[in-house]
Ligand binder design. Structure first.
Ligand SMILES: [Zn+2]
Ligand SMILES: [Zn+2]
Length: 563
């Protein structure tokens, strides 16, 4: 019997702890000959309705319980939705080795350096021509193009046949940087691939995804056309884009200054690895920048997603110490909104307009950005080259996965050989069959700002009530001996009603509470918990009747004269 009770002898287990039904926290598990291979360990940036939650990570319970069978963690590339969970995974689970390549190694090392007291395993830096063997399972890599350098798909050669996990990719015939290894993909197809697990993010898009080098051309054109100072925001991880911005600046005689910690860090790593190649004297400090005319400068910043503390947001709201906008500045967003970020981005754009700044966002007229994920035609090319017998769409919300299934059927994969799964669903695979074998634990774990402790759903519910309905508190001073109130109840409200101008409402609520307390206090059955509960009930009803709102109600009872 295999050690995963859901699997039969000779079956391979494939499941996700994160990444299915969502774009984020990609964490995939392959169980082959009782060995556990983890592919990626990402985080998810939550929607606005998870208040105060910075990240969501997968539940690592299954990995913890099967720790001794883990062979290693294999990283496809350095995006946060693929490496952001590593510190949390290492905190809970012993991982013998991390396999990563190129810029991902730098980003992981930097990330782990920020988390103290971690058992950090050796990070083995693989190259696209390396292979590793684990008791009859052979692992190799295929370079693909994406919006960060060094993205590799992972091939597992098993007794049942090859399995290919694509990672994130798009087809780019004119990439910035090295080409994808299409020959390896075609050879894998020739070999007869058993299972393809492929990126679904842009499965619904029909048009071709623009080449990264085309974006470079359009940035060049913009830089030539714009007369004043340029402030440009992009993703810090897209080193190719950053290099193109540097080249456009050099082409148009602009000095470049960089603001934002993650951008500075990316440029440092990019220069070490050779992806960022500025000419001598291109980068300038703020002091140096001031010696040039505005039209001779370019400011490269973080904050393309409207993040409130990022450089661009602070420049927009005037709180940046070194950079103030002036009339005639142009701000370029070389990015597109990550779902959920449109509101903060709009806020930043509005602030910029207030400052009389020109704003250019990515759109049909100005190609300031392109996606790193292939659209329908790209995904079909992958399916056609690999010609898999079985197919599991991954990395996407449910509708993207379903769309991807449609594309696979169009490309000749039989419908019964395709599994659409949720996180935790285990696929069991033999050389002839695929079936859904059951479920492992795979829920969301919320990480609060500090990263200390996990936040339960009840805390989130409270934050939601507080943010939407506000808080209403009533403070009682009770003389326990005389069983009476020392003073009239005091009412405090935050985010519910403005106290000034609503004195009538608050004093009527306070006197209702007073009446209730004076009734209950002398009773033999009196206890504090019951009193609090009846105050909450009374106020909830009254407040709802008058205002149609349900703020959080907190009675606070202080006892005086206890002997
Ligand atoms: Zn990615
Ligand atoms: Zn991704």
């Amino acid at each position: 019997m295999p050690k995963n009770a859901l699997l039969k002898t000779d079956e391979i287990g494939v499941f996700a702890l994160g990444g299915l039904g969502e774009v984020g926290k990609n964490t995939y598990v392959y169980e082959i000959k009782d060995q556990i291979f983890i592919v990626d360990a990402g985080i998810l940036f939550p929607d606005d309705d998870l208040l105060g939650i910075d990240y969501v990570i997968p539940d690592y319970t299954y990995l913890k319980e099967n720790e001794e069978r883990i062979v290693g963690l294999f990283i496809t590339h350095g995006h946060e939705d693929h490496i952001g969970g590593i510190p949390y995974l290492l905190k809970q689970v012993k991982i013998p080795r991390i396999y990563a390549s190129g810029i991902a190694v730098d980003l992981i090392e930097y990330k782990l350096g920020e988390h103290k007291d971690l058992r950090v395993p050796k990070i083995e830096e693989y190259k696209s021509y390396y292979s590793y063997n684990f008791k009859g399972v052979d692992i190799s890599f295929i370079r693909l193009n994406h919006s960060i350098p060094d993205m590799f798909g992972i091939v597992f050669r098993t007794e049942q046949g090859p399995i290919f996990h694509t990672g994130d990719f798009k087809i780019d015939y004119t990439p910035v940087g090295p080409h994808a290894e299409y020959d390896k993909l075609a050879n894998l197809g020739q070999e007869g691939t058993l299972l393809l697990v492929s990126d679904s993010t842009n499965a619904e898009q029909e048009g071709l995804i623009q080449s990264e080098s085309k974006v470079g051309k359009s940035i060049n054109e913009l830089f030539t056309r714009i007369n004043g100072r340029i402030i440009i925001a992009t993703f810090a991880s897209n080193l190719y884009r950053i290099q193109q911005i540097i080249e456009a600046s050099e082409l148009t005689g602009r000095k470049v200054a960089v603001f934002g910690r993650s951008m500075e860090r990316a440029i440092e790593a990019g220069q070490q690895s050779g992806y960022i190649k500025p000419r001598k004297g291109t980068f300038a400090s703020v002091d140096e920048l001031n010696r040039y005319r505005l039209e001779e400068t370019c400011i490269l910043v973080t904050g393309s997603q409207g993040e409130p503390l990022a450089a661009l947001s602070r420049i927009a709201n005037g709180s940046h110490r070194q950079i103030k906008t002036v009339k005639g500045d142009t701000v370029i967003f070389s990015s597109s909104p990550i779902p959920g970020n449109q509101d903060p981005i709009n806020k930043t754009i509005n602030l910029l307009f207030r400052n009389d700044v020109n704003v250019i966002t990515h759109g049909p007229i100005t190609d300031t950005h392109t996606s790193g994920h292939g659209s329908g035609p790209d995904l079909k090319l992958m399916l056609t080259l690999i010609k898999p017998k079985f197919f599991i769409p991954m990395h996407g919300e449910h509708r993207m996965l379903k769309h991807h299934r449609g594309l696979a059927i169009e490309c000749g994969v039989s419908e019964e050989n395709i599994l659409i799964m949720d996180n935790g669903d285990v696929a069991a695979l033999t050389k002839d069959t695929i079936r859904q074998a059951g479920k492992v634990q795979a829920s969301d774990v919320y990480i609060d700002g500090t990263g200390i402790g996990n936040i339960g759903s009840h805390v989130l519910r409270e934050r939601k009530i507080l943010s939407e309905e506000g808080l209403f508190s009533v403070v009682l001073s009770i003389d326990s001996n005389k069983k009476t109130l020392v003073t009239d109840p005091t009412v405090i409200s935050r985010g519910f009603i403005y106290m000034k101008g609503n004195e009538e409402l608050t004093s009527s609520l306070a006197s209702d509470v007073k009446k209730l307390v004076l009734e209950q206090l002398p009773k033999k059955s009196y206890n504090e918990l019951n009193l609090k509960q009846s105050i909450i009930e009374l106020l909830t009803d009254k407040i709802y009747d008058i205002t149609l709102r349900k703020p959080m109600i907190i009675p606070i009872i202080m006892h005086l004269g206890i002997n």
